[in-house]
Design a protein around this ligand. Structure first.
Ligand code: F6R
Ligand code: ZN
Length: 190
């Protein structure tokens, strides 16, 4: 079967795309064990299970040749001195890449390979980031009031390996330092 081409719009002022097949919400409790300051995490969670980020997906068959695309929105905030972030993952098919286009806010993409290389890319509106195959990736919002909004596209057969990051964490963290956001070594990296 041959699909018909389709268009949709992503307004710079609205940020929610005109076509959405799936809306994912991830809350504080979904990131249990991922933030450095567990006491701050527990305290926050005892008050409210805050919404940290959302993903608006355009669904396609998850097979080779197709692409998945959508918008990721990380809300501003911190757990202790660590900025709100996504869970982060490797792709299950490690040899698959991803492209991000930052459309609003400011933040970082924290990345690393299984071999231990690390890279942290600044995201500002208009910036395009190419995440090559093998690099785990996590978005971090460092804007104080604005969401970090990115458009992403990646091969539909990539799949997500969340387990590795849940167990070992990322090697680098983004924290709020005396002079603003700072990239530091993760003291709890396993
Ligand atoms: C897909 C991808 C993004 C993220 C989104 C949420 O491969 O990298 O669409 O899924 O930014 O982050 P996670 O999936 O880590 O919760
Ligand atoms: Zn990904």
């Amino acid at each position: 079967m041959v699909d018909s081409p389709f268009t949709f719009t992503l307004s710079m002022s609205e940020i929610i795309p005109s076509r959405v097949d799936n809306h994912i919400e991830r809350r504080l409790s979904d990131l249990q064990g991922q933030f450095n300051d567990q006491a701050a995490f527990d305290k926050m969670l005892s008050t409210e299970d805050q919404l940290l980020y959302e993903v608006y997906e355009v669904k396609r068959p998850e097979i080779e040749g197709e692409m998945l695309l959508g918008v990721s929105i990380v809300h501003p905030g911190k757990v202790g001195n660590e900025f709100f972030m996504t869970k982060g993952h490797f792709h299950s098919v490690l040899e698959t890449s991803e492209i991000y286009y930052c459309i609003r806010g400011e933040g970082y993409m924290v990345m690393e390979t299984p071999e231990g290389e690390t890279s942290v890319a600044l995201l500002t509106p208009g910036k395009i980031l190419y995440v090559p195959p093998r690099w785990a990736h996590r978005s971090v919002c460092t804007s104080r009031l604005e969401d970090l909004v990115t458009f992403f596209i990646y091969p539909a057969n990539a799949g997500h390996d969340y387990g590795t990051i849940e167990q070992i964490g990322f090697r680098k963290l983004v924290v709020d330092g005396v002079n603003g956001p700072e990239i530091i070594d993760n003291p709890r990296y396993k």
